[in-house]
Design a protein around this ligand. Structure first.
Ligand code: AP5
Length: 190
């Protein structure tokens, strides 16, 4: 049987990976399995083999054509995965030359999601999470710029729904309320 394909998005540092891990733990206890895939990791494997980057945060500064090629190769590889699949990625990527669609037509055609989830929270909470994470090389931007990115992602999600017929679900991952956001995501995935 065909599985469910769910794409999870949100600006860097909003807590996508944290919410996904918690939700999958809940489902595992009920015997519901999902393959959890990080789109950026697939892109990074290709980029590192091609020797165009040394760390994943450099990918968004690559030439647009190179990012497009990496996107395409990642989408083709992920499309081969069968069963219930959860793909952690971005509705849009902030590059030095402007927003790049994370799920353009050539990616959506491969993935054809059932649901796209947008994880959001207050802009200043995201700013604080980024500032306290020294394992990554995060872009330096203020709360207003993060707000613009979250707003832009909603517009992109609307376009993706028009292209594929998928539904869009918005989940708020507020400080100290991880239990609530992961429960909401588990409900979406069931
Ligand atoms: P990716 O690997 O997705 O990196 P990212 O965007 O930086 O996302 P993270 O996984 O680091 O952040 P997160 O939102 O998952 O937050 P986390 O759970 O860690 O992408 C890497 C790169 O790949 C991109 O920059 C791009 O170049 C490329 N890429 C990917 N997809 C692409 C696409 N489709 N097209 C083109 N390029 C693409 O949490 C952050 C912190 O918050 C943690 O410290 C956590 O403990 C804390 N936290 C989380 N939830 C809570 C809470 N409720 N309360 C308090 N603290 C919390």
């Amino acid at each position: 049987m065909e599985g469910k394909k769910v794409i999870i998005t949100g600006v860097p540092g909003v807590g996508k990976t944290t919410v996904v891990n918690e939700a999958l733990k809940k489902l595992q206890e009920e015997g519901i399995g999902y393959k959890s895939i990080n789109f950026g990791t697939f892109m990074f494997e290709v980029a590192r083999n091609d020797k165009v980057v040394e760390n994943r945060d450099q990918m968004r500064t690559l030439d647009r054509a190179v990012q497009k090629r990496l996107q395409q190769r990642a989408a083709q590889a992920i499309a081969q995965v069968s069963g219930n699949v959860l793909i952690d990625t971005h509705a849009s990527v902030k590059t030095p030359k402007g927003y790049l669609a994370g799920l353009p037509e050539w990616v959506l055609r491969e993935l054809m999601p059932d649901i796209i989830v947008l994880v959001e929270t207050d802009d200043d909470q995201i700013l604080m999470r980024r500032l306290s994470d020294d394992t990554r090389s995060r872009d330096k931007e203020g709360a207003r710029s993060i707000a613009e990115h979250q707003q832009f992602n909603r517009s992109m999600a609307a376009a993706y729904a028009m292209m594929t017929g998928c539904t869009i679900r918005i989940i708020t991952n507020a400080d100290f309320l991880l239990e609530r956001s992961s429960t909401e995501l588990a409900d979406v995935l069931r």
